[in-house]
Write a protein that binds this ligand. Sequence first.
Ligand code: UN1
Length: 508
Amino acid sequence: MTDHTASLPGTDELRRRALDALRRVGASVPAGTGLSARSPITGETLLDLRADTADDVGRAVDEAAEAFATWRTTPPPVRGELVRVLGELLREHHGDLADLITIEAGKIRSEALGEIQEMIDICDLAVGMSRQLYGRSIASERPGHRLAETWHPLGVVGVISAFNFPAAVWSWNTAVALVCGDTVVWKPSELTPLISIAASRLLDRAIERTGAPAAVHRLLLAGRDGGEALVDDARVALLSATGSTRMGREVGPRVAARFGRSLLELGGNNASVVTPSADLEVTLPGIVFAAAGTAGQRCTTLRRLIVHRDVADEVVDRVAAAYARLNVGDPFDEKTLVGPLVNERAATAMATALDRAAADGGTIVAGGNRLGSGGGVFVEPALVRMPGQTAVVREETFAPILWVLTYDTFDEAVALHNDVPQGLSSSIFTRDQQEAERFLAADGSDCGIANVNIGTSGAEIGGAFGGEKETGGGRESGSDAWKAYMRRATNTINYSDRVALAQNVSFL
Ligand code: UN1
């Protein structure tokens, strides 16, 4: 791995780039105290910001609830127009938003641009959806009757998002919620306030341009107390939260206790099965991007490689060789493939996990060292052979560690694959159709995402995104995930001139 951390942009330079990008999108920063914008590239503070309080949360929800009263009856294609304009503004400011993501989340340029592309894509999809909010017509058992399903806006949607996809996950929720007739209150990660301000400002501009009610969207820059106020507010009909399983374990029951709905996107522990027939020209890039890309900080990051014993040495050698060529350093530099970890806590978690693995008999085959001497946390992605799926492997460590496990039979591979508490993303590399189909079958992968001959990360927005078990069960973005943002009414319509009771009941 090549250490490119010697020539990093300094904090003054990053602050200037951030302020330039914010100015271009027309956003201003609420100066004050309580929150700070920082960059993982230097580990230093860029700007001090005013944090919203629990009272501000209450006010934002008040306003969003009021806006809902008119937004819910606005025709869906008119609501779609707001999202269409947002998509246009995102195209116009693609580079500005990507700059902010690189500065605040440390993503390399190509991935930062990709995140904004994902926002544009969901806007396009949501605009189409705005003319497609369909319901079923269902056969009635009674003559002259019809059953129908209608879908109505739900109310205020609270969105709590994480640092690693600081803007795209907001847009999955917001673009879809808005066309569904909901209004949105967003509490982004405290680690990424600037990109949140910029994205929210673009939506405000789209609101101004289309004449939508101003409070269809509210941004809250708040810490934990602000998030808790949103979780506990009974007017928040749906709380969509992305983050750790630990966070979801708190949020889920609290929202349920007030009979609210929650949509949870929590931890993953994603694996790829590499079979003897796998085409290694396809497998290798798939593995390396999924495991080392985004410095291992996607919820879909590949964390476990389950390789057939016959090909394990070759696969490990080739992944190690590919790792040796990864440049780690300045995410603005086009040659860099691995940017910084988000903070010191992530570095500590990585180091602790590697120590635990060594104690379990694991062997570090490549990487694992800290690079550079500045305040940013740069690490070499680690490749670790493990004698078995020990406790540390079964936990999600949000850092670039790829655990390698070996198997002999296909059944053993699937059993190992599913023997973790999380269930987000999975894949199999094989040229054997039977193996591929078995991996996708009911007794194959137990994840919300199961792929063949591609890695675990980088899902398109057209499909539903989410996972099972401790990943929380929520589904966002494409397919019919919009239904989570609406309420269903079942209608029975009698168009005859007789009264007929269901189940043949006679009365009067
Ligand atoms: C996340 O890491 O929270 O599939 C979302 C992917 C991206 C989304 C990741 N489209 O990797």
